[in-house]
Design a protein around this ligand. Structure first.
Ligand SMILES: CC(C)(COP(=O)(O)OP(=O)(O)OC[C@H]1O[C@@H](n2cnc3c(N)ncnc32)[C@H](O)[C@@H]1OP(=O)(O)O)[C@@H](O)C(=O)NCCC(=O)NCCS
Length: 218
């Protein structure tokens, strides 16, 4: 594979990003041009893509939130403003991972790792305290008759089961914090569940403010 690299998303990426997302989630309608534009208008620094010489191969989108407003429970739709990122709040200290995906033809080749590295770079450069995300649990439907989602996720953490998303996130040094239900109700593979995960920025300086530069070169 030609070596992938990560950069911030540009408005001209939008049509290719929509086509890629439709390949990743064939059963879920992809983001509209309008929503992707809104995300770029609201927080351009937080939107990143991976590309190789053939074009876009992945994407990771984020917003900054006041985590205390959302920590008890929330759905994907609520926290992301149905994908508009209208809840983006630079007063917050938490970079919230709204979406990450990689071209199905290129999974397991390190593209997801590059995107996560990119996110950690954003978090460090902006002096944010942490990254929090609610990850899908796409392997759960296979075990839903036998155990609840919490126990399934614990078995993934213990290394007894592998989940395509949570196992990847644990390898990326994220810590598992628990399951929330009805996060994306139409996510049949995860039966609507998601695992809350966190990465603490070791370089975070509570004495310094959040810095959101005009442009972040990854
Ligand atoms: C989750 C996801 C983003 C991971 O992306 P990815 O590019 O496959 O991830 P990586 O390649 O970095 O890591 C995945 C695995 O490949 C391995 N890997 C990393 N670099 C590698 C390389 N150069 N060669 C071979 N394998 C490699 C990793 O060690 C890891 O191993 P594992 O299979 O034992 O877990 C991807 O599976 C995806 O898009 N899923 C569908 C969308 C989705 O559900 N997103 C989550 C929303 S919450």
């Amino acid at each position: 594979m030609k070596r992938p690299r990560v950069r911030t998303t540009r408005p001209e990426d939008i049509p290719e990003l929509i086509a890629l997302q439709a390949r990743v989630y064939p059963d879920i309608p992809p983001w509209s041009q309008r929503k992707l534009r809104e995300q770029l208008d609201v927080f351009p620094q937080g939107q990143i893509v991976a590309e190789n010489d053939d074009g876009l191969v992945g994407c990771a989108s984020s917003l900054i939130v006041l985590w205390d407003d959302w920590s008890e429970s929330h759905s994907w739709k609520e926290i992301t403003g149905a994908g508009t990122f209208e809840n983006h709040n630079p007063e917050g200290k938490t970079l919230y991972g709204a979406e990450v995906f990689v071209d199905p033809a290129l999974r397991g080749a390190g593209v997801g790792h590059l995107l996560y590295e990119g996110r950690r770079t954003l978090c460090r450069r902006m002096n944010l305290k942490r990254i929090i995300a609610c990850g899908r649990l796409p392997g759960y439907h296979r075990y839903a008759d036998e155990m609840d989602a919490e126990y399934y996720a614990q078995k993934v953490v213990w290394g007894d089961l592998k989940d395509p998303v949570l196992s990847f996130q644990l390898k990326e040094d994220f810590s598992y914090c628990g399951v929330i239900e009805n996060y994306i109700p139409e996510d049949a593979e995860s039966c609507g569940n998601a695992s809350v995960i966190v990465w603490i920025n070791p370089d975070y300086d509570p004495e310094s403010p959040t810095v959101v530069p005009e442009e972040i070169v990854l």
